[in-house]
Write a new protein. Structure first.
Length: 320
């Protein structure tokens, strides 16, 4: 149901084909709230290195991982979160037409920001814990930022806005990179839990990379309360989600999504009642904190609008 788009068309020499690609990109975003991209600007070697580094970190003993802990509050969104620390379900009913059950998330994660962020510093593993971690993800963050800007330019063109409209609202790199590990889990646990509860992303666009385990589901059509599987194209495919800020600017639907029990799962090592562990990497593109969320298309309906920073703070409260 969800086809892949080839982002290399954006860089082709045929301007007509480029514009057709941008329109197709926006068409999928309008219909589904996300799009599957191949041949994007994040090199396969960088993705592979990031996944391997993430896997090795999460394999460390818990006491080693806890040497770079996420603060007990929502801000700054940095460092390692152990199982049960984050409560995405607390905001899972936001913007949904149907109330979702409150479920326990079964995951651990690590949050990273820009090294140029003047408001929040990164929390890195101390020297000697895993020294390859910081340089790997400092580099990967920069690569994803450049890819995000290109995708935002393509979206602007597809919306018939000036090409730089969205890019210029992301100059300060207020973005976040999240590594997530979902452990192997008994299928029976999904009666009262989920790998991550249904939610929309807070920012502009999310670049999602995932392994082939499966379990990602999107609300289709938007607002229906019905979730459909999104087949994984492997870790080199990039799924681009519309976030709440882009929805407010453009009227595109921010996609409500979750990670749940894969419908087709063979179990782990001959144990059909156990779902395999899963890894994903998400780059959350966020506007500059001072950027107004006044609509970029159509007429404004209010005298004043919140800033992206104010909106992010409202959404994130209660997750920790």
């Amino acid at each position: 149901m969800y086809t892949q788009l080839d982002f290399s068309r954006f860089y082709g020499t045929d301007a007509k084909d480029r514009d057709e690609f941008c329109r197709a990109l926006v068409s999928d975003l309008k219909q589904y709230g996300f799009v599957r991209l191949v041949n994007h600007d994040v090199p396969s070697a960088e993705i592979g290195k990031a996944f391997e580094t993430s896997r090795r970190f999460f394999q460390l003993p818990v006491d080693e991982k806890l040497k770079s802990p996420h603060p007990p509050t929502a801000h700054p969104h940095r460092g390692y979160s152990a199982f049960g620390i984050e409560n995405v379900s607390a905001v899972s009913n936001h913007n949904s037409s149907k109330a979702m059950p409150l479920l326990k998330d079964m995951k651990e994660s690590y949050d990273i920001g820009s090294e140029h962020d003047e408001l929040y510093s990164n929390i890195w593993p101390p020297v000697g814990v895993y020294d390859a971690f910081q340089p790997t993800f400092t580099s990967f963050f920069s690569v994803c930022y450049r890819a995000q800007l290109a995708i935002l330019e393509a979206i602007a063109i597809g919306l018939e806005l000036p090409a730089a409209t969205l890019k210029q609202l992301h100059a300060n790199q207020s973005n976040e990179l999240r590594l997530t590990h979902y452990p192997a889990v008994a299928k029976d646990d999904f009666a009262h839990s989920t790998r991550i509860a249904a939610h929309t992303d807070f920012g502009t666009i999310t670049l999602l990379f995932q392994d082939s385990v499966g379990g990602l589901q999107a609300e289709t059509p938007p607002g229906s309360g019905v979730f459909a599987d999104v087949a994984s194209g492997g870790q080199h495919e990039c799924i681009v989600n519309v976030g709440d800020c882009l929805a407010k600017w453009t009227g595109l639907n921010s996609v409500c999504h979750r990670v749940h029990l894969p419908e087709k799962d063979g179990g782990v090592d001959g144990q059909p009642d156990v779902v395999d562990e899963r890894f994903s990497i998400a780059y959350f593109g966020k506007p500059d904190r001072s950027a107004s969320l006044r609509p970029l298309m159509g007429e404004a309906k209010e005298a004043t609008y919140v800033t992206a920073g104010e909106f992010q703070n409202m959404r994130i409260q209660g997750t920790y």
